[in-house]
Design a binder for this molecule. Structure first.
Ligand code: RNT
Ligand code: ZN
Length: 417
């Protein structure tokens, strides 16, 4: 076995690539794993669990997590098969209510409702990221929140976002870390708008109010979108809107979600543009299929391109990689495992390219050689290095994962219904 890795290491070394350096770099990069894959974006705070805001989970695979205990147990199972550093990405709807800390509405949530998450994260060495939950709630008045024409509705959601920033700040203090607090709203209209400017001016004003308080442990981001199901005619928070907002407000970053652009747009290409103006680029990595369907990400061209950009821009420390997929038609633990491993795998693949040499070939106009080197590297023994990385991280290699997921399904998940 060792011989296989030694052989692969030498093959890469012959191309000027250091596999040890790649493995070490990858081991230090955290991936923020979305908690919401574990329960189809349901959360714990609403009785009526219908998902709203133009996003959808489809499928009814058995065994979804129904509470904090089940969600954390499933997550722990998943990460036992995931190499590298991990963060958990929480939504405000995952507030933990108990007899001591009974239910409050989203404008009144506090740190104490998330303390169980923080204690658990500390125990396992996970970082935490956070999101206001501005969907699946009775106050989503005609699918409008921060851009609503109704002052009371708008106030409710502004207060919610302020509460979320305070919670994020305290989580950051507790973990001695920075917490990404990402705002996404579904606000939009089903049919063509009569007024495009009004909602955007209201959204701008809402954001100004939300970001007023200084929160040194918080990294703020805003996430744009093209359209949602039932919101095809107009989206308040578009790419241009949020990019301009972030550019004018130091400390607020523009988050790129791969599923939120026109299908032929290459989101990987946007990273290098943002890096000319921002010191951080937060991402939502997902797999849109025909629309923003949020399929589980795979080790495919799109994710490899994205990873390649991160590596070639020397942006491992500047990108904040968050995952954003939710598929209710498959085993949810398996979804986490494959999605997160695919992200890790793509980054390793990118780190194992002769990136310096390729850059140099571009800058010296040696385009034929650049094309040929780029092709040659694709068939190098990548899988052997990936296996070695998994082994060093004490997680199973690819072929060992499904039996473990299936065992957990039989022992735990199928007993839930
Ligand atoms: C929706 C956005 C948003 C959500 C999560 C649940 O289109 O991508 O990020 O998926 O916040
Ligand atoms: Zn997203």
């Amino acid at each position: 076995m060792d011989n296989a890795y030694e052989y692969a290491k030498q093959r890469y070394a012959d191309l000027g690539v250091d596999t040890e350096a790649a493995i070490n770099t990858l081991a230090n990069k955290a991936i923020s794993i979305n908690c919401w894959q574990g329960d189809d974006v349901q959360g714990f705070d609403q009785k009526d669990n219908a998902l709203s805001g133009g996003i959808q989970t489809t499928g009814n695979y058995p065994g979804k997590a129904r509470n904090f205990e089940e969600l954390t147990a499933d997550f722990e199972k998943a990460v036992s098969m995931i190499p590298g550093k991990k963060r958990i990405n929480l939504h405000a709807s995952y507030a933990v209510f108990t007899d001591k800390n009974p239910w409050v509405d989203r404008d009144k949530i506090e740190y104490k409702h998330f303390k169980p998450w923080v204690d658990w994260a500390k125990e396992h060495g996970f970082g935490i990221d956070f999101n206001p939950t501005i969907f699946s709630h009775p106050k989503m008045n005609h699918d409008m929140s921060l851009s609503s024409p109704d002052p009371e509705t708008r106030k409710f959601w502004i207060d919610h976002c302020i509460a979320c920033r305070r919670i994020s700040e305290q989580i950051g203090e507790e973990l001695d870390d920075q917490v990404l607090d990402n705002i996404w709203i579904p606000d939009g209209l089903k049919d063509w708008p009569a007024d495009r400017l009004g909602p955007r001016m209201r959204l701008k004003d809402s954001l100004d109010q939300i970001f007023e308080e200084k929160c040194p442990h918080v990294i703020d981001s805003v996430e744009s979108k093209l359209f949602g199901i039932g919101l095809e005619g107009y989206t308040t928070g578009t790419g241009e809107f949020y990019l301009s907002y972030a550019a004018k407000h130091p400390g607020v970053y523009d988050l790129l979600d791969i599923g939120h652009y026109h299908p032929t747009e290459n989101v990987a290409d946007k990273i290098a543009s943002l890096l000319c103006f921002f010191d951080k680029v937060p991402l939502h990595v997902t797999r849109p299929m025909r629309w923003d369907s949020d399929h589980v990400i795979l080790f495919d061209d799109t994710i490899r391109d994205l990873a390649q950009e991160i590596v070639r821009c020397d942006a491992m420390d500047k990108t904040i990689i968050g995952l954003d997929f939710f598929d209710a038609s498959i085993n949810r633990v398996g979804a986490w495992v494959v999605g997160t491993r695919s992200m890790e795998k793509s980054l390793l693949f990118a780190l194992l390219q002769p990136n310096k040499e390729l850059k140099n070939l571009q800058d010296t106009y040696q385009f034929s050689e650049k094309m040929m080197v780029n092709e040659e590297i694709k068939t190098e023994p990548f899988g052997i290095v990936w296996d070695e990385y998994c082994r060093r991280q004490n997680v199973p290699v690819d072929t060992e994962c499904w039996p473990k997921v299936k065992q957990y399904e039989d022992d735990v998940l199928l007993k839930r219904d």
